[in-house]
Design a protein around this ligand. Structure first.
Ligand SMILES: NC(=O)c1ccc[n+]([C@@H]2O[C@H](COP(=O)([O-])OP(=O)(O)OC[C@H]3O[C@@H](n4cnc5c(N)ncnc54)[C@H](O)[C@@H]3O)[C@@H](O)[C@H]2O)c1
Length: 338
């Protein structure tokens, strides 16, 4: 079997998950090189993932490593130049969301993808590869709920991850670009239309540290779409019970709810406290299968010379909407999009 030789850029919270999938869980990929600014992460990758070709300089990895493809899992503000450099070096590229945190950067990444139609590019909107979201999309396409006219999305991280959220808040692009981007992508996907207007607001009640980087710990945005449909997104960082990701798509003939209760599994505990369902605790647990499925699809696309369902334009569009949302949140006014 032909294998895709991959280099990973970034071995942090999510990078290590992707690296493990590439090294051990996907039959047609090999983890041939790794790059990180953190020496301990490189040592861990050597010890646990068997990578011997490691770098602290990305350009050196691109120039010297024997790789066909790169997975970019670095802070969001660096994605676009790293995409450009990899494509221009002749590597297929998988890049984590968001595409970028500024529109001019996204346009540079778009141009690089257009310069290299022979290479595969995929953006990590992994929820599209989650079984429940993919099922919802199939049902919508089969008109099981008539015409979808409203998407209501909730995405609140567990309070237990708050220190990391505070740490990255300065470079993440703000709460909407960092957290609402998945919901923005899903709204476009489910509604089959583009957002034309947004009104957003944010608040901070528990962790004033977010204010130091001009960020907020929670936010709500309402969207109007070109076809008349609507969207509501609630994002936050302080769910005391776990990782609350829930999506509802309302149509003229029915509704689809995904994770209406963000339960850990199908077990319920009956005891003196009553009947209890534990909550899923974070994105690595909730979307483990989706991270694997999207990387499997990327590898197949690169090996078969095709492009995946999620394009660079999905990245630009969602960043544009995320940007407009951020502008509305900052100015307190509705913002037209596009
Ligand atoms: N799809 C999802 O659900 C999801 C979840 C979490 C994070 N993310 C995205 O993944 C990306 C990474 O997030 P994280 O939480 O894993 O970050 P992190 O801070 O935990 O790790 C960042 C990694 O990038 C490396 N790095 C940074 N700059 C580098 C450079 N110039 N050269 C080489 N290595 C460099 C660091 O050494 C580290 O290994 C972000 O864009 C984030 O938005 C997506």
């Amino acid at each position: 079997m032909k294998k895709l030789r991959m280099g990973i850029l970034g071995l942090g919270r999510l990078g290590y998950i992707h690296a493990t999938n590439i090294a051990y869980k996907i039959p047609n990929t090999t983890l041939a090189a790794a790059c990180s600014l953190v020496p301990e992460e490189l040592e861990r990758a050597k010890a646990e993932l068997g990578v011997t070709d490691v770098y602290s300089d990305y350009r050196q990895m691109l120039a010297n490593a024997d790789i066909d493809a790169v997975a970019i899992i670095t802070p969001s503000g660096d994605h676009c130049w790293q995409i450009e450099a990899a494509l221009d070096a002749g590597k297929h590229v998988f890049c984590e969301k968001p595409l970028g945190v500024a529109m001019d950067q996204c346009k540079l990444a778009e141009a690089a993808v257009e310069r290299h139609p022979e290479l595969t590019f995929m953006l990590g909107f992994m929820r599209r590869y989650d079984k429940s979201y993919a099922y919802a999309k199939q049902k919508i396409d089969a008109e099981a709920i008539g015409t979808p006219y409203l998407v209501k999305a909730t995405g609140v991280d567990p309070e237990g991850l708050i220190q990391n959220a505070i740490r990255i808040s300065g470079g993440s692009g703000g709460i909407f670009l960092d957290m609402a981007i998945h919901d923005i992508d899903l709204m476009r996907w489910f509604l089959g239309s583009e957002a034309t207007e947004v009104y957003a607001m944010g608040a901070t009640f528990k962790h004033p540290e977010f204010k130091k980087t001009d960020d907020d710990e929670t936010g709500v945005a309402a969207y109007k779409f070109a076809n008349g449909a609507m969207g509501i997104v609630h994002v936050g960082r302080t769910a005391p019970y776990g990782y609350h990701v829930e999506t509802e798509i309302v149509g003229t003939e029915g509704t689809i709810r995904i994770s209406a209760v963000p339960e850990k599994n199908l077990a319920q505990l009956y005891n003196t406290s009553g009947v209890c369902t534990e909550c899923v605790q974070g994105f690595p647990e909730r979307f483990a299968d989706a991270y694997l499925a999207e990387m499997e699809e990327f590898a197949l696309c690169a090996l078969e010379g095709r492009q995946p369902g999620v394009s660079v334009y999905d990245g630009t569009k969602s960043t544009l909407i995320g940007y407009a949302t951020t502008e509305s949140w900052k100015t307190g006014k509705p913002v037209k999009i596009g």
